[in-house]
Design a protein around this ligand. Structure first.
Ligand code: ASP
Length: 340
C-alpha cells in the first residue's frame, strides 16, 4: 500500500495569507493554523500537510537575504521528513526568492514549489485556492517513487514554471508570472500535463545547502543619456558585484567615458554581470559593435538569465567563491537550469 505523501507548507507572508477585516476594512494576515478553515478542500487530499511559518511574516517587498537563509535552514532541518515543500510568498519578490533558493539548495531530490495569489485567500474571487491546491498536488507528485519535480518551481495560474526562470509580469492579472526563456514545466487544465523533456533530473539523496550570500550588489540600468555621475555612483560604490542591465542583446553606449568606467571597476576587482533589459532573448557579446568591448574589459555575459536570477546568482557566487576566474566560471555555468 502507498504511504501518504507528507508536505510541509511554509508561510512567509503576502496577499495569499490575508483575510478582509470587515470592521476595519483592511487586509490582515490570518492565523496560519486556521488555513484549513479557509481552504477546507485541503482536507479532501490524501496527503498529510503540516504548516510552519517564518519567524517574521512579511509583505514580500520586505523580503531580505537573511529570511532566505532562515527558509533554507527550515528546509534543511525538515528535508528528510517530507516529500515536498510548498512556500506561500507575496508575489512582489517571489521570483527573487525562487531564484535565490535554486542556488542555495542544490541537487534537490524533492520539490520546492512557491506560490501566492493576487487576491487574498479569504476573498470569494481569490486565485489563491487553486494556486495552493495545485502547488500541493505538484509537490506530492511522484513517478516510480521519485519526485517528478526535483527542483525549485513556481506554480501560478495554471502554469508550473522553473523558479529561476520566472519574472513578475503583471500587478493586475491572475497570470502574474511568465517564464520568457524556458518552457513551462507543466500546465493545469482538466489534467496536470507535465512537459517531461524540460524537467530536471533528481539529485542525490541529500542536497547541498549554501547559506553564504554577498549582499553588496548593485544594479546599473542603462538608459540613453545616462550621465558619468550616475555610472560612477554605482561603479565606484562599495558593491562587490554589479549587474549591468543593458539594451537588447547586451548592448551599451560606446563612449570612452562609459567603457573606461567599466574597465576601472573590473580592474579594481568588481564583478560585472551583463543582463538584458529585454525579458526574452539573450545577451550575446560581440553581436553588435556596442558590446564588442565587453569581453575584453572582463564583463561576464548573463546569457538568457532573468534579472532576478542574475542578481541572486551574483549574491550566491560572490558569497561562496573567490578569485576572478572561479567567479567567472560559476557565473557562466548553469547551476540550476537558470541559463542555457
Ligand atoms: N505586496 C504583496 C507581497 O508581495 C503582494 C502579493 O502578495 O501579491 O507581499
Amino acid at each position: 500500500m502507498d504511504e501518504r505523501s507528507r508536505i510541509l507548507l511554509i508561510y512567509t507572508g503576502g496577499t495569499i495569507g490575508m483575510v478582509h477585516d470587515h470592521e476595519r476594512d483592511v487586509l490582515l494576515p490570518f492565523r496560519f493554523e486556521q488555513l484549513l478553515d479557509h481552504v477546507p478542500e485541503l482536507k479532501a487530499f490524501d496527503i498529510d500537510i503540516e504548516t510552519i511559518q517564518l519567524s517574521r511574516i512579511v509583505d514580500s517587498s520586505d523580503m531580505r537575504p537573511e529570511l532566505w537563509v532562515e527558509l533554507v535552514g527550515l528546509i534543511e532541518h525538515h528535508y528528510a521528513d517530507y516529500d515536498g515543500f510548498v512556500i506561500l510568498h507575496g508575489t512582489d519578490t517571489l521570483a527573487f526568492t525562487a531564484s535565490a533558493l535554486s542556488f542555495m539548495v542544490q541537487g534537490l531530490s524533492k520539490p520546492i514549489v512557491l506560490t501566492g495569489s493576487q487576491l487574498p485567500i479569504g476573498m470569494i474571487r481569490t486565485d489563491g485556492k487553486e494556486n495552493l491546491i495545485t502547488a500541493i498536488e505538484v509537490a506530492s507528485t511522484k513517478k516510480f517513487e521519485e519526485a517528478l519535480i526535483p527542483e525549485v518551481a513556481v506554480y501560478f495560474e495554471y502554469r508550473l514554471m522553473r523558479g529561476n526562470r520566472v519574472t513578475k509580469y503583471s500587478a493586475e492579472h491572475f497570470d502574474a508570472f511568465h517564464s520568457p526563456n524556458y518552457p513551462n514545466l507543466a500546465e493545469a487544465g482538466v489534467d496536470l500535463v507535465y512537459n517531461h523533456p524540460y524537467l530536471r533530473h533528481s539529485g542525490p539523496e541529500q542536497p547541498t545547502f549554501h547559506k553564504h550570500i554577498e549582499e553588496q550588489i548593485a544594479l546599473l540600468k542603462l538608459f540613453p543619456g545616462i550621465s558619468e555621475d550616475a555610472v560612477n555612483c554605482i561603479l565606484q560604490g562599495n558593491a562587490q558585484g554589479v549587474i549591468l542591465e543593458s539594451f537588447g542583446a547586451g548592448n551599451g553606449p560606446t563612449s570612452p567615458m562609459f567603457l573606461r568606467a567599466l574597465k576601472t571597476a573590473v580592474d579594481s576587482g568588481k564583478t560585472i554581470l551583463n543582463i538584458s533589459q529585454c525579458l526574452a532573448g539573450s545577451v550575446q557579446h560581440g553581436r553588435y559593435a556596442t558590446s564588442a568591448a565587453f569581453d575584453e574589459i572582463g564583463i561576464i555575459s548573463g546569457g538568457d538569465m532573468t534579472l532576478e536570477s542574475g542578481i541572486t546568482k551574483l549574491m550566491h557566487v560572490l558569497g561562496n567563491y573567490s578569485g576572478a576566474e572561479a567567479i567567472k566560471e560559476k557565473l557562466l555555468e548553469s547551476i540550476a537550469g537558470e541559463r542555457d
